[in-house]
Design a protein around this ligand. Structure first.
Ligand code: SAM
Length: 276
């Protein structure tokens, strides 16, 4: 396959990805674009990246366009990624939410870029492992992602040895997973506690209930300022007054949305809506 791609074709793909996912593929990341598009074109049976782009241009937005956008997304994730947010969840965020919701015994959590599921499962395992009393509560844990393929992987809850070795402790692995050949399958009762749904953060949202905790980690960094502002505004609309927003380690609401305030916890930062 010809490894070259015309400037206009790169521009077309960048625009497609931006319009459909809000992700900004910087021109200096053209190598990344090519390294993903080339195998994708081959896998889809095209003779070259140019043939693929030509087909995309000739037809209105459809499944092929969607698959291209998904092929361009960065799905990097792991169980208990960065660890400290999950320590904060255990030591401060969940205890506070439990106190606030004690009378109604209800917990709503949304994980807004859940990739292949390791993040929502890490949230759920923190609850099950450290707060067993919450199993009698009404818990809704909603995991959404742009990518249909990632949502399917999360729903399946099956992970390879490399994936479970990244972040899962042996007691958690042995308690909540069973071995199936080379892979590890999360228990059905745990898997069924998460609602996995497709959703574009930059598009129209599903109807979401008031949330106690919102995790939108390691995705805002790919969006432009206007998109970040719009997403944070909409999060404010669904976050409970005692609720927290948890972002990725390199992400912040500062200089994006002044209605949020930063709360330092366990060496990391979480965010809540200012009361004043
Ligand atoms: C780098 S992963 C982060 C996964 C996880 N939150 C973590 O921190 O480990 C980014 C995820 O965001 C998703 N994504 C990208 N653009 C999105 C959008 N517009 N709406 C929803 N999800 C999006 C990608 O499909 C990918 O699964």
């Amino acid at each position: 396959m010809n490894p070259e791609i015309a400037f206009e074709d790169v521009a077309y793909i960048r625009n497609l990805v931006r319009v459909r996912s809000a992700m900004v593929l910087e021109p200096e990341k053209t190598y990344l674009l090519k390294s993903r598009l080339e195998p994708f074109a081959k896998q889809e049976g095209f003779g070259s990246m140019a043939d693929l782009v030509s087909q995309l241009r000739q037809t209105s937005y459809g499944p092929l366009h969607k698959r291209v956008v998904e092929a361009m997304t960065i799905n990097e994730t792991s169980f208990f990624r960065d660890l400290v947010p999950f320590q904060a969840l255990k030591d401060r965020l969940l205890p506070e939410v439990i106190q606030a919701n004690w009378d109604i015994k209800r917990l709503h959590i949304w994980c807004g870029a859940s990739s292949s599921g390791q993040e929502p499962y890490s949230i759920l395992l923190t609850i099950l492992h450290h707060f067993p009393e919450l199993t009698s509560w009404h818990i809704r844990l909603i995991a959404t992602d742009l990518s249909q393929e990632m949502i399917k992987r999360g729903q399946e809850g099956r992970y390879g040895p490399f994936e479970v070795n990244r972040g899962l402790s042996p007691p958690m692995l042995n308690t909540y997973f069973s071995r199936q050949g080379m892979e590890w399958q999360i228990r059905d009762d745990v898997r069924n506690m998460i609602e996995f749904r497709e959703m574009n953060l930059a598009g129209s949202w599903l109807v979401l209930p008031t949330m106690d905790l919102v995790f939108i980690r390691n995705v805002m960094m790919y969006f432009d300022m206007e998109t970040r502002k719009d997403i944070l505004r909409r999060i404010r609309g669904i976050l409970a007054p005692h609720g927290y927003l948890i972002l990725g380690a390199t992400e912040t609401t500062l200089a994006v949305d002044d209605h949020f305030e930063r709360v330092p916890v366990n060496g990391t930062s979480v965010y809540r809506v200012r009361k004043d």
